[in-house]
Design a protein around this ligand. Sequence first.
Ligand SMILES: *Cc1c(COP(=O)(O)O)cnc(C)c1O
Length: 417
Amino acid sequence: MKSEELFKEAQNYLPGGVDSPVRAYKPYPFFAKEAKGSKIIDVDGNSYIDYCLAYGPLVLGHANEKIMGKVAEQLKIGSAYGVPTENEIKLAKLVIKKVPCADMVRFVNSGTEATMSAIRLARAATGKKKIIKFEGSYHGAHDYVLVKSGSGAAGLPDSPGVPEDTTKNTVLIPFNDKEAVVDLIEREKNDIAAIIVEPIMGNVGFIPPKEDYLKFLRQITGQNNIILIFDEVITGFRIAEGGAQEYFGVTPDLVTFGKILGGGFPIGALAGKKEFMEMIAPAGTVYQAGTFNGNPVSITAGLAMLNQLNDDFYAESKRKGKMIRTGIQDILSDNNLNFKIVGLSSMFQLYFTDKEVYDYDTAKSADTEKFNQYFQTLLKNGVFIPPSQFECCFISSMHDNEDIQKTLEAVEKAIKV
Ligand SMILES: *Cc1c(COP(=O)(O)O)cnc(C)c1O
């Protein structure tokens, strides 16, 4: 069957025809057949240069041979044990070696679970209830954090089924705005348990922190008995070995990971300072559990992934990111367009706005119609990016200069429609 028919059929059995909402773009999403390196191939026989890369995990491209080899070995000896394995220690040690704030790690199954547990831990550690979250930041699909602003009034749930009682302790403020933080903390510091932040916002496109903003957050949380949580589900192991905390030189109390850490398999992790981590059960009393926590297949894949992320990988990510962003900027300039090409290392996005983007509101100034035409034209020309203006594009180690050259030719066409 072809993608179009499959999508029609899928809608009878899967809500909206997909298992995660962003995948259902119009008129129908392509269905994957297979993927290798920088390419993904659909059931209709088209091949695309892939900058979605499963929304982030695949920094070494699809079907990385070393990872697949280790996973194949693991599969022969079991897929889940319900008892600990030595590889969990190895992966934890590797994370601790790389990540400044990490003294200990708890492995879970998704980024969602990681942030949910981090928030619980922060509340337990401080004995306070409220958390500060930034407008437009995404920390997974659980109730505490499913609050944005956008069409709903700030502070109200963003989805039906999330009780106001659950989100009344989630306080929203704009990113990159120091005063909003100062004001809020002055008023409510005795109630605020944590600030949770994506050090680079990667779920409304790409928004970096302003100069010193993260340092400021570190300082003000430290002075007020507030836990600073970096959600590095996207930035972790990507923009530097130690993630955004290494890159920006700011050490949070807790960090959450997902995506890359599983080498293409489901995973999440919560890590941080020992004084907090030892509060987690069974060392302490803060409950956290999972049937598949520390799953041997994901852990094996994660080890095989992290072991390949050497200096050369980071240098190449930087070089290719720069190549694609400079290339797109040149195309924009040649066509007298003032859209904003943004990014860092292997992350990039093109905002269809002439405004500087520094928070949720300015990101929302982008023309999503225009973006959709751009997306569709890229697709027709063999380039797959995430189908939303408010996602980020990723480059893998398998994208070569020829891929990037072809991509720039497609961008040139797509930008003019
Ligand atoms: C993807 C993402 C999550 C959620 O991770 P899942 O594994 O999809 O649950 C949380 N935080 C950030 C920053 C993310 O990008």
